[in-house]
Ligand binder design. Sequence first.
Ligand SMILES: N[C@@H](CCC(=O)N[C@@H](CS)C(=O)NCC(=O)O)C(=O)O
Length: 246
Amino acid sequence: MDERVLYQFPISHYCEKTRWQLTCKGLAFTASNLLPGPHRLRSQWMARINTLPILRDGERVVGDSTKIAYYLEKYYPSLPLLPTEAEARGKVIELEQQFDRYGVHVRRWLYGQVIDRPEVMQAMLDPYGLPAPVQKVLTPVTREGVRRLYRIQPRPVMRSEQRVEEALTLLENTLAKGNGRYLVGERLSLADITAASLLAPLLTPAGTPWDIFDENTLSPALRRQLQSLRERPAGQWVLDRYREDR
Ligand SMILES: N[C@@H](CCC(=O)N[C@@H](CS)C(=O)NCC(=O)O)C(=O)O
């Protein structure tokens, strides 16, 4: 039971946050992909929660990306992602909480734009290698489940667009106060990993699970919006973190 297993959805940005932290700390792990929907039987049984990621580390099981983050810092303190100095540590903890909450709005806004595109359900279901007829049946069921679960409806999506804007502004204001590279201090911290991974689906860094569209096929309005995200400082920063620190 010494194995370290991350129960995840490849496409989940919260799971990406944990993958990034594990990699950064040099902790080997096996990813176990659970099928969206039935995953709840497993997640409830393991950690009494509905969401992934869940980490099994030998005998210990921890669910929720934030709890996993603190668990890893506690049990694997080398290559730390939390500063020891009190003020910097407090700032990292605060930013982690803020960007973690914004992750919900990134997800809702983006699904609001693309949930009906076939690439989305393909990206969600392809990793499981299901027989084609099974995937065909599950595709609309999963899409409607996602729509209901994350409230992908016009008004909530509109409100989430404002919250995404707030997240980008927070990122830009925080960067303007520091060295422009990392959110707190001179090195990568849990704040950077949280902000970059939870905003990444908007920027679709190359090679990530969200890099799934031929952008020429998106509506001109959405293309313009994604392009302007990429050009602004917050977008550039996320892409830089992926290039340099992921
Ligand atoms: N606060 C949780 C949020 C995780 C989360 O929202 N996970 C989503 C995937 S992005 C999930 O598992 N959804 C499935 C469900 O709610 O049934 C964390 O940080 O781990």
